[in-house]
Design a binder for this molecule. Structure first.
Ligand SMILES: C[S@@+](CC[C@H](N)C(=O)[O-])C[C@H]1O[C@@H](n2cnc3c(N)ncnc32)[C@H](O)[C@@H]1O
Length: 218
């Protein structure tokens, strides 16, 4: 489907059906997710993910949960720092890419520290209270039906004194930069969805979901 800038996005549906639409979205983009991520961010998402890991202050042997892990980028970096990592996501096609990447890594991690990829809901995390030293979520919180429930669950499964780290799109304070950035997300990024995933709405979704997500200052 070609870009349309006015119609409501079929992948964005607030309320109880949100998760189904989000699953449809990631089933559509999974095979090309990593490629489009590199193109739309000019590779910068790799740098931002490393910044997230720096903030997490990982120590070898710590237990880390990467929520909405997708194709596994953050889980692999955490594991590379020596953490014992679980990557959780509710999209089987995204997890299939993560597992394939795990099997085909050119510099395999020792099996004891390879991330374990599990299918599950970030709104109802299948672990008991205080199970993790670190809980991360990259570009995931914005996709949940309830931001508050997602944060509550992160808090619950982190041990007292553990670290919760969230990475997502921001909204520039400066009016000029905000206009430019939203213009880029509105006009150009959907073209990548159209060209690589066969549907511009897959990537028009980013702006739609961002407009309904708090900016970095609330
Ligand atoms: C934009 S991708 C981010 C993937 C990865 N964290 C990254 O930074 O590349 C968002 C991911 O969140 C997952 N997701 C969305 N809502 C979820 C939920 N309620 N529970 C588990 N995973 C969810 C999607 O399936 C998708 O893989």
């Amino acid at each position: 489907m070609l870009p349309s800038y006015s119609m409501a996005n079929k992948f964005y549906e607030p309320g109880e059906h949100r998760a189904f639409r989000v699953q449809d979205l990631f089933a559509t983009v999974a095979p090309r997710y990593d490629l489009v991520n590199d193109l739309q961010s000019f590779g910068l998402h790799r740098y931002w993910k490393k910044s997230l890991i720096r903030l997490a202050q990982v120590r070898p042997g710590e237990r880390a949960l990467d929520l909405c892990c997708g194709t596994g980028d953050v889980a692999f970096i955490l594991a590379g720092r020596g953490a014992r990592v679980v990557g959780l996501d509710f999209s089987a096609p995204m997890l299939a890419v993560a597992r394939k990447r795990s099997r085909s890594r050119t510099t395999p991690l020792a099996s004891s520290i390879s991330p374990q990829f599990l299918c599950g809901d970030a709104m109802k995390i299948p672990f008991s209270d205080g199970s993790f030293d670190i809980v991360t979520i990259a570009y995931g919180l914005r996709n949940l039906a309830s931001l508050e429930q997602g944060l509550r669950e992160m808090w619950r499964v982190a041990r007292p004194g553990g670290r919760l780290v969230v990475l997502d799109f921001g909204k520039p304070d400066n009016a000029f930069w905000r206009r430019l950035y939203f213009g880029y997300l509105r006009r150009l990024v959907p073209l990548l969805g159209w060209a690589f995933c066969g549907d511009s709405q897959t990537h028009a979704y980013i702006l739609e979901s961002l407009q309904n997500y708090p900016a970095q200052h609330g």
